[in-house]
Design a protein around this ligand. Structure first.
Ligand SMILES: [Co+2]
Length: 434
């Protein structure tokens, strides 16, 4: 998810940082949830356990069944804990802080001690990041032109849920809806039920999805294309995001990060069908800090120099994301809405019974995490649009419209989540792909 700069776009509420209390799944609960799905992620490391258990005493009928299953080449899919039985998840990419003062931090014993106090939190971020990496590898191998956008989004979502091994989405699962915004739509598009849009070879798709573990959200995105002609645009945005990651650090001013991002992004250009376009930063989109169960924690990381002297602080978590465009460098919210989240600041009167009941469902399944209409469908809500609009009207729920650049333009995005440890920074969502 991204942080649109307020204009006529509503911003996520951020004052209430109290995380809803959630029950942790016991290891036994997690273990038993190993599932086999057709849409889930395939992993070559994973053996079909049924084969190993094959014994001589089996009946002929059982064997026949097994053979049939094997012929379908359906692989057993496991949750992430199966790959990390000790519960310790891999660290991300470590980077030293840039300036000299910060360099000293890496050897400071007190800072190291301080950092260890948060080991459980860091481990939950790392678990989410490992799930993100595996899901996106699966998605990158699976997504093809001709799929419907619903199939594309579900490829990601089903894989996240399988890896998370958790039935209660509030405990662990999607951190926010899987965005699959196309071409001049920069963000906040995911299909609603009945959407017939089909992915095509010439599309530029931003795949932006979150994984959360006990409210610790990994926010990470890439741009998916099939036609290589867009590579210069993707290269520009990838470089800009990496510049932002390098620049980030304790006591660093947000405007300075934006300035460095802007300089790198706008040094690029792209030729498309015989016409040359400068790559522009989408000025009214920002990175942001992340708090437990709150995707937007109140600070915005600009992608242009904007004069905001607010500093990053020790222990904070940030989503560093940048958007490049062949258009005007500006987006507006419009069209049919799919993304929503509870507004934790306002709680207007909710009169309709149906709206009250819908709010209960939202509290139970998402809390303050963003959700989309399809997620309401899958937990059994029906004919809720009037009630949902009522909640939006009364200010209890915010809607996040798709963010459009000008018609005919192309937009790209790359995003990582970084942890500002007292000692060093960790690009926790870094993978071999980006
Ligand atoms: Co984000």
């Amino acid at each position: 998810m991204i942080e649109p700069v307020a204009e006529n776009l509503k911003e996520l509420s951020v004052q209430d940082t109290s995380a809803p209390a959630v029950a942790k799944a016991t290891p036994q609960e997690q273990e038993k949830k190993e599932t086999s799905t057709e849409n889930g992620p395939e992993d070559d490391d994973e053996e079909d356990l049924a084969d190993e258990n094959a014994g001589a005493a089996e009946t002929g009928e059982k064997k026949k069944k097994k053979k049939k299953k094997n012929n379908k080449k359906k692989k057993k899919v496991a949750g992430i804990s199966k790959f990390y039985p000790d519960g310790v998840y891999p660290e991300g990419e470590w980077m030293l802080y840039a300036d000299e003062d910060n360099l000293k931090r890496s050897t400071d014993e007190e800072k190291r001690y301080l950092d260890r106090q948060n080991d459980n939190v860091w481990n939950e971020f790392r678990k989410g990041a490992e799930i993100h990496r595996r899901v996106r590898r699966h998605a990158q191998n699976t997504i093809k032109p001709g799929m419907t956008m619903i199939e594309v989004a579900e490829t990601v979502e089903n894989a996240v849920r399988t890896f998370c091994e958790e039935e209660k989405s509030i405990v662990s699962g999607m951190g926010f809806p899987c965005g699959v915004s196309l071409n001049n739509v920069a963000a906040h598009y995911t299909p609603n039920a009945g959407d017939k849009t089909v992915l095509s070879y010439d599309d530029v798709m931003k795949v932006d999805f979150g994984v959360h573990v006990n409210g610790h959200i990994i926010d990470c995105a890439w741009t998916h294309t099939f036609n290589e002609k867009y590579d210069p645009l993707l290269d520009a945005v990838r470089a800009a995001t990496n510049t932002g990651i390098k620049a980030a650090g304790i006591d660093v001013r947000l405007t300075d990060i934006g300035e460095q991002i802007e300089e790198v992004m706008e040094s690029h250009e792209i030729e498309l069908d015989g016409k040359l376009y400068p790559v522009k930063c989408i000025r009214n989109l920002n990175g942001h800090n992340i708090k437990p169960f709150h995707i937007h924690g109140g600070k915005s990381v600009p992608i242009v120099k904007n004069g905001d002297n607010t500093k990053m602080e020790e222990g904070e978590t940030f989503a560093i994301e940048t958007f490049g465009s062949t258009g005007r460098g500006h987006v507006v919210g419009q069209g049919e809405c799919s993304h929503y989240a509870k507004n934790t600041q306002a709680s207007g009167p909710v009169r309709l019974t149906k709206a009250k009941q819908l709010l209960q469902t939202i509290d139970e399944h998402f809390g303050t995490l963003p959700f989309c209409r399809r997620y309401l469908d899958r937990v059994g809500e029906e004919k809720y649009l009037l009630a949902l609009n009522q909640l939006v009207k009364s200010g209890v729920v915010n809607e996040y419209l798709p963010l459009y650049e000008v018609k005919g333009s192309y937009t790209a995005q790359y995003e990582h989540t970084i942890l500002l440890h007292p000692t060093r920074k960790e690009v926790v969502s870094r993978g071999e792909d980006y």
